[in-house]
Design a protein around this ligand. Structure first.
Ligand SMILES: Cc1cc2nc3c(=O)[nH]c(=O)nc-3n(C[C@H](O)[C@H](O)[C@H](O)COP(=O)(O)OP(=O)(O)OC[C@H]3O[C@@H](n4cnc5c(N)ncnc54)[C@H](O)[C@@H]3O)c2cc1C
Length: 488
């Protein structure tokens, strides 16, 4: 049996797409490696530890979307399953085979006529001395621990980075009783002209902006130091973090003056997000470089079609732009899939979906402009001894030595083949930006000219024996049924 649409990712984009497509009569399967729908922003505790879901201000639609998705019996839902790659079936033109894996259950194949990549994003890692010490965590990761596991750090916390999520995380941690010592932003205070340009984004986002203002006021009232033009230059400690070194950045993004030390048990880093594009790369979709939108993003047309036939993209893999934008794109992608498969979609429904995408994109553009990370400045934080690829223990000095020995290396893939950076279990998700920065600095070329790491099936670690399931005679998945673990 072949599904009409397979959706990978049950965040705002995937949920909205699945519902829009099912409303038009498509048989839809949704796969997500988490235990529940919601994606990163609306991450919930596992069903066994359910608590009331309270989305943050500005996302009033979230509870309704999740409720509709959870209760929709037309959709086939596969939670706890990772999509590890997709293949074309030569004997069945127009049908894609999505390989999905659940540890312990092995690999299965889902056949579908359209595939939507709605795989979201992950924290943008930045390498500097000590960034791999226990006690150093990413902002999204820290937030997930609090949201999904109700685990808060013990001991004082410093937050540093370049993304507004830092404020949300600082607020959440303080509500959990954690002492926040400082929140340090790499950017300066926006200039008046930048603020005037940003005014266009205010309508429709008043509650969200008011919440952000309230958080800043609350942090200041609680005595939390808020610094700008400040970066972490080192995380120090014997076997775990005990001290963070922070330095000022001058207007050209170079550290200036001596670094000051702040005692802390945890350092939370939030430099932004990287679009999760490994599935798209494995399929051969074209990517394009868009630094402010997260780096490498999946290229697409106005109907969200990628360069690979029958493959659509929605949400953060198309460029990090927030949950409103992801939801709007998801709805549009669901309608596009329906129309392509011959299900009638009235023109006004398309027009409304496109308007919603444009509206959300306007706000996202302002946020991207104000909070884009300065990749060149961040790339300079790694010293020769700093690990860039933590899976394969490759340091900056190792990369520089490879580049010096092979003057013709001009892309990250060639560098990967020479020194193994990016070949470990994470398949380069956490070192690609660092490798690209070192390459760009060494060659004096723009970071986007180094290309992106190639991705191959399986994009997640899978026991070798499980790959036998990709045999064409292996059993397939069937529409119907709902494998979401039962809630309380
Ligand atoms: C850790 C983290 C926390 C965040 N918290 C916030 C926040 O508090 N506020 C905010 O405004 N923004 C937050 N963001 C930004 C957030 O990503 C977007 O605003 C929004 O969630 C994007 O929606 P999406 O549907 O594109 O992707 P997501 O919500 O990220 O959903 C993508 C889904 O795809 C699944 N997935 C990915 N790859 C695979 C695969 N191979 N197989 C199966 N499933 C897969 C993931 O498990 C995930 O559930 C966060 C981002 C991250 C990474």
């Amino acid at each position: 049996m072949t599904f009409d649409l397979a959706v990978v990712g049950a965040g705002p984009a995937g949920m909205a797409a699945a519902l829009a497509a099912a409303d038009r009569g498509l048989r839809v399967v949704v796969v997500d490696e988490q235990q529940r729908a919601g994606g990163q922003i609306f991450r919930r505790p596992p069903p066994s530890r359910d608590t009331a879901f309270r989305p943050s201000a500005g996302y009033a639609w979230a509870a309704g979307l999740i409720r509709r998705f959870d209760s929709d019996t037309r959709l086939t839902k596969r939670f706890g399953w990772s999509a590890v790659g997709a293949l074309y079936d030569d004997d069945r033109p127009g049908v894609l085979e999505l390989a999905v894996d659940r540890p312990g259950d092995g690999l299965r194949v889902i056949a579908a006529r359209r595939l939507l990549i709605a795989t979201g994003a992950y924290d943008l890692p930045v390498a500097f001395p000590g960034w791999t010490l226990p006690g150093v965590v990413m902002a999204g990761g820290a937030q997930t621990l609090v949201k999904a596991q109700h685990i808060a750090p013990v001991g004082d916390v410093v937050l540093a980075g370049a993304h507004p999520l830092l404020l949300l995380v600082a607020d959440k941690l303080m509500r959990e009783g954690v002492t926040v010592r400082e929140v340090a932003f790499a950017q300066g205070v926006p200039k008046p002209a930048e603020l005037v340009r940003a005014l266009g984004a205010v309508p429709g986002h008043v509650r969200m902006l008011a919440e952000a203002g309230g958080i800043v006021a609350g942090l200041v009232r609680s005595g939390v130091r808020l610094s700008t033009r400040t970066v972490v230059t080192a995380a120090e400690g014997a076997d775990r973090l005990s001290r963070v070194r922070l330095a000022r950045l001058d207007r050209s993004g170079r550290t200036t003056g001596p670094a000051r030390a702040v005692e802390a048990a945890h350092l939370v880093l939030g430099y932004g997000f990287s679009p999760s594009t490994d599935l798209a790369r494995q399929l051969g979709c074209d990517l394009r470089w868009a630094s402010a939108r997260g780096g490498w993003v999946v290229a697409h047309d106005e109907r969200l079609r990628t360069s690979v036939p029958h493959v659509l993209v929605a949400g953060e893999p198309s460029g990090v732009a927030g949950a409103d934008h992801a939801r709007a794109q998801g709805t549009l992608a669901g309608l596009v899939a329906a129309a392509e498969l011959g299900h009638p979609v009235p023109a006004p429904a398309f027009a409304a979906a496109r308007r919603a995408v444009r509206r959300a994109a306007r706000f996202a553009t302002v946020v991207q402009r104000l909070f884009a990370p300065d990749r060149e400045a961040l790339g300079r934080l790694a010293t020769p001894d700093t690990l860039i690829c933590r899976c394969e223990a490759v340091t900056r000095a190792d990369l520089d030595a490879c580049l010096a020995a092979s003057p013709f290396i001009s892309g990250v893939n060639a560098l990967k083949l020479s020194c193994r950076a990016g070949m470990g279990p994470c398949q380069g998700r956490y070192c690609e930006s660092g490798v690209a920065s070192v390459l760009a600095a060494a060659r004096g070329r723009h970071i986007g000219l180094g290309g992106s790491f190639a991705a191959h099936l399986p994009i997640r670690p899978v026991p070798l024996g499980d790959l036998r399931a990709l045999d064409p005679d292996a059993s397939g998945d069937r529409p119907g049924g709902d494998e979401t673990p039962p809630g309380p």
